[in-house]
Write a protein that binds this ligand. Structure first.
Ligand code: DX5
Ligand code: ZN
Length: 237
């Protein structure tokens, strides 16, 4: 099945952010999720320029042996010449920031010409991420080149921050823009997700929710993932 179809069918769903996982035991941390309905691993790629922190690049992503789909969030400057290596490393979803270069449309066009290297039939889901300070209208000219909008609920660069409250109204506005466009585009939210706000994010229209520290808290990732998924799927009263 194509990844986009799979995501649409399982929406709302969770992508597990590995930033706060135990990186020395990443394989076994991810395998804990295989006993849950979480089927996506969200990898935050930071280059020390677009955001201050440095994380991992294509070799580590490629080395990550997991049946989970690889959801790669690129927080890097000038991704045009870099995206191909992340696709080659096994990205199923590849998200670039609208703020990361002058030619974001061209980056998305390039992604549109690349095949999913895990299985060409799955298709590559192209995402665009938006920082909390960027007006959502910046996405309007890009809607015919994307399958996912990822709204950042925090300023990117670190895990474990608090969700910026304006995220809820931005999600609603974005949902309207997507509906109006009549395109099959998923709405995602990343950063600041907790077990206390996840139902509300579901009610605000999230199809995909990235949860990092709320899953990998050093204690009970499997149980955390199950609780978050249950809450995401129960509408807020
Ligand atoms: C922010 C990252 C997020 C973050 C999520 O720069 O893109 O993916 O690590 O972590 P939590 O869920 O802890 O905010
Ligand atoms: Zn992320």
């Amino acid at each position: 099945m194509r990844t986009l179809e799979l995501l649409r069918k399982s929406a709302p769903t969770i992508s597990a952010g590995i930033l706060t996982a135990d990186w020395m035991a990443l394989g076994s941390e991810l395998s804990l999720l295989e006993q849950t309905d979480v089927h996506l691993a969200h990898v935050d790629v930071m280059d020390g320029c677009f955001v201050p922190m440095l994380t991992v690049g294509p070799p580590v992503i490629k080395a990550l042996k997991t049946p989970l789909l690889k959801d790669i969030h690129l927080m890097v400057e000038d991704p045009l010449e870099k995206v191909e290596s992340y696709v080659a490393a096994g990205a199923d979803i590849l998200t670039v920031h609208v703020e990361s270069c002058n030619h974001i449309h061209r980056v998305l066009q390039k992604l549109g010409s690349l095949e999913n290297q895990n299985d060409p039939h799955r298709g590559l889901v192209r995402g665009v991420a938006l920082n909390p300070g960027t007006p959502i209208t910046a996405l309007k000219p890009l809607l015919d080149q994307i399958e996912l909008v990822l709204l950042l609920g925090v300023n990117p660069g670190w895990g474990g921050q608090s969700l910026i409250p304006a995220t809820f109204s931005r999600m609603q506005d974005m949902k309207e823009m997507i509906t109006h466009s009549k395109r099959d585009i998923l709405l995602g939210v990343d950063g600041g997700v907790t077990r206390d706000n996840i139902s509300r994010l579901g009610s605000a229209g999230a199809d995909l929710v990235v949860a990092g520290s709320a899953i990998f808290d050093g204690k009970t990732p499997t149980q955390n993932a199950r609780t978050l998924l249950d809450r995401l799927r129960s509408p807020r009263l």
